[in-house]
Design a protein around this ligand. Sequence first.
Ligand code: SAH
Ligand code: SF4
Length: 400
Amino acid sequence: MTLLDTAPIEKTALERYVAPNKPSLIGLSRAQLADALAALGVPERERKMRVQQLWHWIYVRGATSFDVMSSVSKELRAQFDAHYTLARPEVVAEQVSVDGTRKWLLRLPGEVEGERPHEVECVFIPDGERGTLCVSSQVGCTLNCSFCHTGTQRLVRNLIPGEIVGQVMVARDRLEDWAEPAEKVAHKRQITNIVMMGMGEPLYNLDNVRDALLIVADGDGIGISKRRITLSTSGVVPMIERAGKEIGCMLAVSLHAVRDDLRNELVPLNRKYPIAQLLDACRNYPGASNARRITFEYVMLKGVNDSIDDAKALVRLLKGIPAKINLIPFNPWPGTKYECSDWDQIEKFSEVVFNAGYASPVRTPRGRDILAACGQLKSATEKLSARERMALRAMAMTDE
Ligand code: SAH
Ligand code: SF4
């Protein structure tokens, strides 16, 4: 793998941050857009058509100003402009790697007025025909998994739909990935897959994540199909069924251990929702089938969860569930007590999993390269932020 050759981050002084003074239309559902039009005095009979126009300009063409909306009357454009914006989260910095991976640091308003702004990251990983965007659902995370860097972050708040959809919009802006005008629609898309694997626990922010993903999946707009959207959860059991019913995207579960005592330690949420309950929820996940498997993520921690017995127990545990297994090399961060399993051990572990009939969980060539990088190029990988490393791994798992 070509490691990221990161350009220095250009930091804008926090003091210069000015929160937007008008609401953005990004992230509003069709019904909410119709309400916004009603508030501007647009007659009811026109609203549906106007919503369609807006939707097209915003989510197909990626309009950043009302000016360009040539199919909308000048008066209405001026009215929109007086009351709303099409603002996305502010891009504070962009890092581009030699292998095409890009990371954006985004700035979002604090929850209360006057509070310091929040920051989240969003990462794009191109891989041949596929391009995966790793999206955040919260600023920080309340769940304190012992091997995860995000859990140590102090500030936590839920992202609103516009901030989640906004990450996809920013990525499309920066990658020039919007549809061209009608005569050139053959344009090949760069962002083909979305993984909710950035910061945060998406099922602790289900309503906003749902509203955002339904916009992202809308065929008349951004149009990334639900089969190409994966939501990763640490195991918020009571919300899993709702995620399946209300969003209907692919599910990934951060399992990481096969015994409750160890999982309690790695993923403390396990004390509330132990493995058996979690797997039951997976068995009942709406739409799960051999064609739409649930991905089980398993982070390889040296001497902690990486024995051959663990591997055997893992395949026993998942018997009967339409599953994929994704072995993740642990990505170290400053101050962590864990180490990534040795390459040899990961190979042995993956062999057990492979022999049990699971598609090769460590993908080649890039997946292997990532694993190699984990053990062999430590100093280089440490230059990556936790998010970038996670996104690289996320890329290895999406195969649609
Ligand atoms: N909160 C959700 C989604 C975000 S984390 C969840 O936990 O599933 C995305 C994935 O990255 C999870 O599988 C998580 O366990 C994994 N992860 C977190 N820290 C990691 C690290 N340091 N190395 C490797 N994977 C990590
Ligand atoms: Fe939160 Fe997921 Fe990190 Fe656990 S692994 S602390 S749930 S982001």
